[in-house]
Write a protein that binds this ligand. Structure first.
Ligand SMILES: Cc1cc2nc3c(=O)[nH]c(=O)nc-3n(C[C@H](O)[C@H](O)[C@H](O)COP(=O)(O)OP(=O)(O)OC[C@H]3O[C@@H](n4cnc5c(N)ncnc54)[C@H](O)[C@@H]3O)c2cc1C
Length: 456
């Protein structure tokens, strides 16, 4: 069997893996990064590219007042008290430096413009996600200290007699490879959107949802750590993102017209939820409706308020692609989408009346998204419907770690030598999800894992 030695073995070539590898290399560590598939990038490269940062120059340029404390409070609120506040603190305290670090590596951020799910002020910092990974990979290679082994799948973590994780057993082109890590192993192998058996074990209600993510994300990281007694958390909170068109094979991003004022109705033509909630909670609510398929209903004003710089708000592109159902009147729209005409008309009328009267429409909706934006009536034709189901873009739950990114076992003790970052870890999101916090978590926690490894 071939053997290799380095300071740090990183398993997974997505954002968390490259953040860890590059940060470690900059501190002088020799790193070998294993990527199971032929391409680096994982879910990170195919994501919407939204990262949640607070107190940045880009926010200030748009007159947005934000701070690490506000971000902390929002994350705790969104997580409904189910998140590990030590991890939320680690995110809040290290996010601004990570934003700057990414910029220093050549990652380009678009202006901050919209509040999104779970954000009390706009803090989506949007990037081209594939380019972000490319920049980090280039910088990692340019450091001369990071070797990337593609098509190399980590299979097992091996411990020494004192319990410390030191070696990784991997498979490369049908041959075994053993890697010895002088400092530590970082698990950055992503989640398990492509392991339906694992998803079924935790959230069987999502059996019929759409699953999208990096092709290598099959729960390897979880399993390798489980084999050593690692604990997991947040498994009941895997949720699909609302707004995926059930028939659209080309565009895997959600469309969230609700965050610009659309309402969501089910096959019976009735609203069923406060549409300003986190799109993960909307996803849950959607999956409880008949067939798990609902419609976002909007008018011309809402359609025109879309923003083609943000994928989830790019209504124009979806209109051009024929994904919206369009009608001159609400009656005609109801007929086209085959929901009871009189019910839909009554729902829209009641909603519009409440908005005009300054009252809360049913389900307690008070804002467009989270605590942001004034409600608007749906009244000016043409009218549109966007068929929407929930798509699981990430599994969000995962390994129990502490604020140093050390993986803990089922008795709460750290597993020596084993660190983890990114989607493979649980604890940050808790019960729901703030837009941009999964990529944020990958970058911030990846760097923190590298910082811990330096001290080992
Ligand atoms: C369509 C879509 C849109 C999204 N949009 C956003 C967004 O806008 N904002 C946001 O915050 N989050 C978003 N997410 C979620 C976010 O992209 C992920 O949570 C995040 O990228 C995870 O980063 P990661 O580095 O942990 O994992 P990944 O980027 O998935 O990388 C993990 C890598 O590990 C590799 N791997 C797995 N097992 C092994 C093994 N045994 N050996 C070696 N390598 C292995 C995989 O092949 C993969 O390349 C989105 C996800 C999707 C799918």
């Amino acid at each position: 069997m071939k053997t290799r030695e380095c300071d740090l073995v990183v398993i997974g070539g997505g954002l968390a893996g490259f953040a860890a590898a590059l940060e470690a290399a900059e501190a002088g560590l020799e790193v070998i990064l294993l990527e199971k598939t032929a391409q680096t990038g994982g879910s990170s490269a195919m994501s919407g590219g939204c990262l949640a940062f607070a107190g940045t120059d880009l926010q200030r340029e748009n007159g947005i007042e934000d701070s690490a404390e506000r971000l902390f409070a929002d994350l705790v609120e969104v997580g409904k008290g189910e998140c590990d506040e030590a991890l939320v603190r680690a995110y809040a305290d290290n996010q601004l430096a990570t934003y700057q670090w990414l910029r220093d590596k050549g990652v380009v951020f678009a202006p901050v413009i919209e509040a999104a799910s779970g954000q009390s002020v706009p803090r989506v910092h949007n990037v081209d996600p594939a380019d972000m990974i490319r920049q980090l990979e280039l910088a990692a290679k340019a450091s001369g200290r990071v070797e990337v082994l593609k098509q190399t799948r980590a299979r097992r973590l091996l411990r020494e007699s004192n319990g410390r994780v030191r070696r990784v057993l991997a498979e490369q082109g049908g041959e075994s490879l053993e890697l010895y890590a002088r400092k530590a192993v970082v698990l950055a192998a992503g989640g398990f959107v492509h392991d339906r058996a694992l998803v079924h074990r935790f959230v069987p209600q999502y059996d019929n949802a759409v699953f999208i993510g990096g092709e290598g994300n099959e729960g390897d990281g979880l399993r390798m750590a489980w084999a050593l007694g690692a604990d997991v958390r947040d498994t009941p909170y895997i949720k699909g993102t609302f707004g995926k068109h059930p028939m659209d094979e080309n565009n895997h991003h959600a469309c969230l017209a609700v965050y610009k004022g659309a309402i969501a109705v089910n096959q019976e033509g009735r609203r069923f939820v406060d549409e300003s909630l986190s799109y993960k909670l909307l996803g849950d609510a959607c999956m409880q409706q008949s067939y798990g398929v609902t419609y976002q209903i909007l008018d011309r004003d809402i359609m025109e308020s879309g923003d083609n710089r943000v994928r989830i708000l790019d209504f124009e592109r979806r209109l051009e692609e024929g994904l919206f159902v369009e009608a001159e009147s609400l009656e005609q729209l109801a007929r086209l989408i085959e929901v009871p005409e009189e019910v839909l008309l009554a729902e829209v009328a009641a909603y519009n009346q409440a908005v005009r009267d300054g009252q809360e429409p049913e389900f307690g909706r008070r804002h467009l998204v989270h605590q942001h934006g004034e409600l608007r009536p749906i009244e000016r034709g043409p009218f549109y419907a966007y068929p929407s189901t929930a798509a699981v873009f990430g599994t969000y739950c995962g390994l129990c770690i502490d604020a140093q990114m050390r993986v803990h076992d089922v008795f709460g003790a750290p597993i020596e030598g084993l660190l983890a970052a990114g989607e493979v870890v649980g604890g940050l999101h808790g019960a729901a999800y703030m837009t941009g916090s999964a990529l944020g978590k990958a970058a911030i926690f990846g760097r923190l894992a590298a910082a811990t490894a330096q001290g080992l």
